[in-house]
Design a protein around this ligand. Sequence first.
Ligand code: MTE
Length: 325
Amino acid sequence: MVRSDTKRLIRGDHLSGQITPESVVHRRRAIVLAGAALATAGPGLVQASTPKPASAYAPLAAKPSRYSILERPVPFEEASTYNNFYEFGLEKEDPAERAPGRLKTAPWKVTVEGLVARPREFDIDELRKLAPMEERITRLRCVEGWSMVIPWVGYSLSELIKRVQPLGSAKFIEFTTLADPKQMPGLSYRALRWPYREGLRMDEAQHPLSLLTFGMYGVILPEQNGAPLRLMVPWKYGFKSSKSIVKIRFVESQPSTLWTLTAPKEYGFYANVNPDVAHPRWSQATERVLGTDALFAPRRKTELFNGYTDLVASMYAGMDLKTFY
Ligand code: MTE
């Protein structure tokens, strides 16, 4: 998304994985950085930049979900060090390096407001207990052309929606995420229209696949993955899955989002994964699968709705998916 063309050229993404895959470059860079740190600093500093393992986070019990795909998740280390969280910088390794220790996730409140009969503010601990947690293995397909399989932990967003009783006039939901310059150095990047905001149509939000996500790999979310609360909408490009949500607002008309405000021709509101609708600057027909140890990361064919056609296509019956991309 941001500067992705530059990155694609630098890192050879545009060559369909024919040269060194980005994850390998990334690991090499990490090794070089660790070496440089060792040479110039004491052990304390090196330790600070070492990514935390899953065991460093509080466990989050969950039962297996019927919506999981039968694919092997990428290692936790990959999912927690290769991130898009522009509030912490534009590079993939920035969130893991900058969010831990900066992003304060407790106390955390989430305001639910707008066109609902029972608006209220939830404490994150209260939200965690609202419904039984499920572990859902789904593929995050990023609009940049890569994907990662991740075991998320959460419950259907519909569980929260039904408790606040939306009014008949509520047609969309807007999700606003934290924008605190004291915690988030990336907010100084003014080309993006902060705060990070996203939206879903009411039926999309109520679809059982839309996951209110509190954890991954059996533990609470690492800061860089959107702690303490994010969305995971698996049939849409990853940018719809807002991280570190602070406000959920029920509204009558389609909300503006960071991406529709920043680059309206490039990122549509619907953002359904669709191999037949190219991004204006690159094809979406295939994707690079991250997290494999193969030197040449394989590419797979992108599936319509990220593979969930049978479950979600009916919501878009009669809509031209090229117009509503
Ligand atoms: N949420 C916020 N608040 N800020 C962001 O920059 N990036 C989005 C999405 N949610 C983003 C965000 C994009 S572009 C993607 S692909 C996913 O988060 C990445 O999630 P991950 O880092 O956990 O894989």
